[in-house]
Each structure stands twice: as structure tokens, then as C-alpha cells.
Design a protein around this ligand. Structure first.
Ligand SMILES: Cc1ncc(COP(=O)(O)O)c(C=O)c1O
Length: 407
């Protein structure tokens, strides 16, 4: 009989990794207090206001504007920064759909750049090649919590007078050269959706040091109102995308626990990086001293099948799962290859809206390699385990490699 669990052998482990979300009395007490106060909306209570200030300060920004999701945060950040119809915005092809769909929502045109395989963040040289006289903004995504090369982003933005909107949906507490991400460009956004390291079920925030962007973001989030106008006076175009005090109650509690959890994930990331460096065929993300803190929303490595008897990524993932290790293939389709982009189905009921760009002609080789062949993810709850849990991950990879010819 084979040693591999997928062939009838014993798995490396049967215990579960930590369950997410993690909560305690703080969430329950905060929620109870909000319910009993009768002030359930952010316009009436004080918690949302307090959280905005705390989180903005944590990321080294002057202003924070809570909204109902990370997707909404991106759309509002773009609009508040003046991006609109006909503007081109450069965004990586390897990210969550919201990075690009928010650009469409803002009326602008996403232009896809490839990623650097050593970081899985935007390849800034490729971004530079995509600049035209319509390019108005660049959206670095701090993917997995790893800060993008903000020196390069800012140099490119300065040279071409581009607005910088950082998609920091996965990067709470991440720092570039000692400064919080999200506040390194014109505006930055974060997500508090269920899978995220700070979780309110849903939610998002825009942070900025720019007074006008902050003012406009508040207006777009709150029906186009101005802070000094009358209640039924609407100066700008806007919707109701506000958060509730119930979500802010949970955010407060989650945020209190966050630094300790981030440290556990970081220690485990460093440990895994050390251990996996010993296994040929596992390519790790590059080290960069300019990254002074990393949130670790995902732990990522690149799988090289030639070191695993030619076993395809999907089969390797299957084998890992059978060994008891929750292993994810990550994004399986480059954004430009998503049906919505291939067909430009941006209108109601999928109707085509013919933006002046042909997504069927886009080809980002490193993104395709990540999606189809190499990227392997462990989600943040896995990284909350013990060192012994990390040892099980290493043991499972080692075991599959040793017996790869049986797959
Ligand atoms: C990189 C990135 N951008 C944006 C978002 C959108 O956030 P939300 O799910 O809160 O709308 C996410 C969430 O998964 C994300 O991972």
C-alpha cells in the first residue's frame, strides 16, 4: 500500500487547524451595548467614528471613512480621487475581482499589468509600458498582505502624474519602510469581510491624508450630503453605503485582538519560510528589507512540478488536503480572462458595454503561470496554528515529494 493518504495511507494529521472567526466576550459585550443603546446606525452612535480614528492612526493616515465593504471602499476612493469616465487605471491581473470591477463602477477602464513572480505584486516595469495619455491612476494591490514596491509605484506615479489608490484589502498593519500601507499614496482601502484578519462579517474603510478626498469620500458614502449642509440637501452624487454600529462593535473587539494574532501569523510565516527553503521545488516569496511589517492574510509559495515527478498543481493540492492540510489553489483565472471582461459584460444583465480596450488580446504570462501552474496558498487561520501545526505542513509536502511518482 502507498504511504500517501490519497492512496490509502495514513494522513499526516487529522486535527483541524484553528477555526475562523475567533471571538470572545468583547464582541458580545460591545454588541449588547450597541443594541441596548438603540443607536444602531453609524450616524447616531459613536463607535464607528471612534474606529475610523483608531484605524486611520494605526495605518498612519489622518482620515478614515468606514463603508459597507472593501469593494465599496475602492469604488468610492477612486471617485473621491477624481477618477471617472474614460480614465485608464492600471491594476494587476492577479487579484480579487473587486480591484478591477471597482474601476468599472467608477466609470473608468481597468488596464491589466502582470505580476512579479517573486512577490505576486504588480510588475511595475510592465505597468510603465502600459501608460498612455489616458492613464490617470495606478492601483497597487498589497497582495496577501505583502506591501507592493511603493518606491517604484510612487516614482512612476510622480513621473506621469498618476493618482495612487492602494488596494490594501488584505494588509491591515502592513508597513513599507516603517509607514502603514494605504496612506502611502492618495488613498488606500481595506476590507473587513468574513475571511479577513479583522472581520465584521462585511465592511471596509478608506484612509487618506488628503482633505478633499476625505470630504468627497464621506459625501459619496452618505447620499451626497455635505457635513455642513442640511439633512435633505444633496450636493454630490452618492449612495447609502454606510456601515452600522453593530459592525463597528465587532470591529473594535477584533481590532483589540489583532496585534497579537498578527505576530503569531508572522512568526509562523518566518518559520515556514525557513523550513520550506530546505525543499527543492518549493519557491518562496522574495525577502525585502523595506517591508517592515506584513499582515499575512495568505502564506504563498510557488510549486515547481518538475521537482515532484511532473505532478500537476491540482493533484498536489488534492494530495495535501488528503494529508489533512487545507491547501488552496488561489485565483484560478487571470482577471482579464474572466467572462465578464472577455465579453465586456458590464451592463445590466450582462449587456456589453464597449470600452475602448480588447481584453481578449491581453496576455500576462506570470499571472497565467500563478493561476494555472504554481501558486499555492494557505489561508490566515492556518497561520494561527502552533509550530507543530507548521511542522505538519512541511512534513506533508516532504511526504508528497518523496512519493510523487505514486500519484
Ligand atoms: C485584494 C482585494 N481587494 C478587494 C476586496 C474586496 O473586499 P470586500 O470583499 O470587503 O468587498 C478583497 C476581498 O476579498 C480583496 O481580497
Amino acid at each position: 500500500m502507498s504511504h500517501l493518504a490519497c492512496k490509502g495511507g495514513s494522513p499526516v494529521r487529522t486535527d483541524r487547524f484553528p477555526f475562523w472567526p475567533i471571538w470572545g466576550d468583547e464582541e458580545i459585550d460591545n454588541l449588547t451595548a450597541v443594541i441596548k443603546s438603540g443607536k444602531w446606525g453609524c450616524l447616531h452612535g459613536t463607535l464607528s467614528d471612534e474606529f475610523e480614528k483608531k484605524f486611520a492612526a494605526y495605518q498612519d493616515a489622518k482620515h478614515g471613512i468606514l463603508v459597507n465593504s472593501g469593494t465599496t471602499a475602492l469604488k468610492i476612493a477612486l471617485t473621491a480621487a477624481g477618477i471617472g469616465a474614460g480614465d485608464q487605471v492600471i491594476v494587476p491581473a492577479y487579484t480579487f475581482i473587486a480591484s478591477a470591477s471597482s474601476i468599472i463602477e467608477a466609470g473608468a477602464v481597468p488596464v491589466f499589468a502582470d505580476i512579479n513572480p517573486d512577490t505576486y505584486n504588480m510588475d511595475i516595469d510592465n505597468a510603465a509600458e502600459l501608460i498612455t495619455d489616458r492613464t490617470r491612476a495606478i492601483m497597487p494591490v498589497h497582495f496577501a498582505g505583502r506591501p507592493a514596491d511603493m518606491d517604484a509605484v510612487r516614482a512612476l506615479a510622480e513621473k506621469h502624474q498618476l493618482v495612487v489608490i492602494e488596494d490594501a484589502a488584505q494588509a491591515w498593519g502592513s508597513q513599507w519602510r516603517g509607514s502603514g500601507v494605504g496612506a502611502l499614496g492618495d488613498a488606500g482601502t481595506f476590507s473587513f469581510q468574513s475571511s479577513k484578519n479583522i472581520n465584521a462579517g462585511e465592511g471596509g474603510i478608506i484612509i487618506t491624508n488628503d482633505e478633499l478626498i476625505a470630504k468627497m469620500a464621506r459625501a459619496h458614502n452618505n447620499c451626497g450630503r455635505s457635513q455642513d449642509g442640511q439633512w435633505y440637501e444633496h450636493f454630490y452624487f452618492g449612495g447609502n453605503t454606510r456601515i452600522t454600529e453593530l459592525q463597528s462593535a465587532v470591529l473594535m473587539a477584533q481590532f483589540g485582538r489583532y496585534p497579537e494574532q498578527m505576530k503569531i501569523r508572522q512568526d509562523n510565516m518566518n518559520y515556514l519560510n525557513e523550513q520550506l527553503a530546505e525543499i527543492a521545488g518549493i519557491a518562496l516569496m522574495a525577502q525585502d528589507e523595506r517591508i517592515t511589517s506584513q499582515s499575512v492574510h495568505l502564506f504563498i509559495f510557488r510549486y515547481k512540478k518538475e521537482f515532484f515527478a511532473g505532478v500537476e498543481k491540482s493533484l498536489f493540492i488534492d494530495a495535501m488536503r488528503k494529508e489533512g492540510i487545507p491547501t488552496s489553489p488561489g485565483y484560478s483565472i487571470p482577471l482579464y480572462k474572466q467572462p465578464v471582461f472577455q465579453k465586456k459584460a458590464f451592463g445590466p444583465r450582462g449587456r456589453t458595454i464597449d470600452l475602448p480596450i480588447d481584453y481578449t488580446a491581453v496576455f500576462c504570462p506570470q499571472t497565467e503561470k500563478a493561476c494555472y501552474e504554481e501558486a499555492i496558498w494557505f489561508t490566515q487561520n492556518v497561520l494561527l496554528g502552533t509550530q507543530e501545526d507548521m511542522d505538519d505542513i512541511v512534513e506533508a509536502i516532504d511526504k508528497i515529494k518523496t512519493h510523487a511518482d505514486e500519484l
